[in-house]
Design a protein around this ligand. Structure first.
Ligand SMILES: Cc1cc2nc3c(=O)[nH]c(=O)nc-3n(C[C@H](O)[C@H](O)[C@H](O)COP(=O)(O)OP(=O)(O)OC[C@H]3O[C@@H](n4cnc5c(N)ncnc54)[C@H](O)[C@@H]3O)c2cc1C
Length: 310
């Protein structure tokens, strides 16, 4: 019998510079379902491994927000093209009441900036040699400061949130169309559910658009159990993960880590909490919107009122 679970969402908090590596490890291990392997010593070797293998999307889950004075020299940042995940703006600092140049982005964007434009300042200030592209690089910008990790007092493009959701493969497929967000997903290729680690069973999400215990529900459940039987039989014949995943249905449970800035989250909620979106996407996105509203009521009040409260 397949295991049935419900959709869930939580925020993975990140507030301090010295938590960046453990946050990245926590996000990355979701892909391999190896969260149990985490100890106080494992973050650095895990990150070295993913950087060596080129699996760099995992380091997109940690974002740092910087400020620097508005000077002609610092203005160069606006001319550096072809770096995804990097955001720059000139904003009124609500604390110092002066115009300030704000730059934020994820660790991958700062490494791309270093590789493509030989600008290493952001990685140097973050200070972890694991992420450096060049040792002993010379900084370029004037009076660069770190203003926050993931969150800041600046606008919605300079505030980020990482969420962990349990949803179905259909919802994950829809949500990953959003190009300005970063994702790490449990791999259906590397997770072989016939193995003991997964209880030798498939896990499905309870469908939110098929009434529980209705005739249609029982037909759906039978189809899920038949697929599980076939999956285990194929595994007995020696099928590998690449072959086994060919029969997984949209209802299969997926763990999804997703990071974006508030501006992109708002865009995603406007499309995916809307009644036109598939019910299973609406379900998971409404859970995430509720979590975001708890952190930043001022950014999300309007959407919370529109999609959740009313
Ligand atoms: C109800 C619904 C039904 C859908 N049905 C289908 C379907 O049948 N088939 C299908 O293929 N897809 C479908 N989609 C997916 C949809 O077409 C988008 O791919 C998805 O919603 C991503 O949103 P987005 O393109 O607005 O922006 P995101 O990828 O979230 O990007 C945010 C913004 O960045 C900008 N941007 C990002 N990348 C580029 C770029 N390369 N060029 C220009 N601007 C860019 C745009 O301004 C964009 O609005 C559906 C979506 C919804 C909500």
């Amino acid at each position: 019998m397949v295991r049935l679970v419900n959709v869930a969402s939580e925020v993975y908090p990140l507030n301090r510079l010295d938590e960046i590596c453990t946050h990245i490890e926590r996000c990355g291990r979701t892909c391999y379902k190896s969260e149990n392997a985490i100890t106080t010593e494992t973050a650095a070797p895990f990150i070295s491994g993913i950087l060596k293998s080129g699996h760099e999307s995992v380091i997109e889950h940690a974002n740092v927000i910087f400020s620097m004075p508005v000077t002609t020299k610092n203005h160069l940042i606006f001319e550096l093209k072809n770096v995804s995940g990097l955001y720059c703006s000139i904003e009124q600092d609500p604390l110092l009441h002066q115009e300030t140049l704000i730059v934020s982005g994820n660790i991958r964007s700062f490494r791309d900036l270093a590789r493509r434009h030989d600008i290493h300042d952001f990685l140097l200030l973050i200070g972890n040699p694991l992420f450096f592209i060049k040792e002993n690089a010379i900084p370029y910008f004037q009076d660069l400061k770190i203003e926050g990790i993931q969150q800041s007092r600046f606008s919605e493009i300079h505030n980020y949130v990482t969420t962990h959701s349990i949803c179905d493969l259909g919802a994950y497929k829809d949500v990953t169309r959003h190009r300005l967000a970063s994702f790490s997903i449990e791999s259906t290729r590397y997770c072989n559910y016939s193995k003991g680690k997964f209880g030798a069973e498939l896990t499905m999400i309870e469908p939110c658009n098929i009434e529980k215990d209705s005739d249609m529900y029982h037909i759906w459940l039978k189809a899920m159990n038949d697929i599980e039987t076939s999956y285990m039989e194929m595994a007995k014949l020696g099928a590998k993960g690449d072959q086994l995943r060919m029969i997984l249905p949209h209802s299969t449970k997926a763990d999804m880590i997703m990071t974006a800035n508030v501006a992109e989250w708002k865009h995603i909620f406007s499309l995916r909490c809307h009644p036109a979106a598939h019910p299973s996407v609406q379900q998971v996105m409404k859970l995430i919107l509720t979590e975001c509203y708890k952190i930043w009521p001022h950014f999300f009040a309007e959407q919370y009122a529109l999609f959740i409260k009313d």
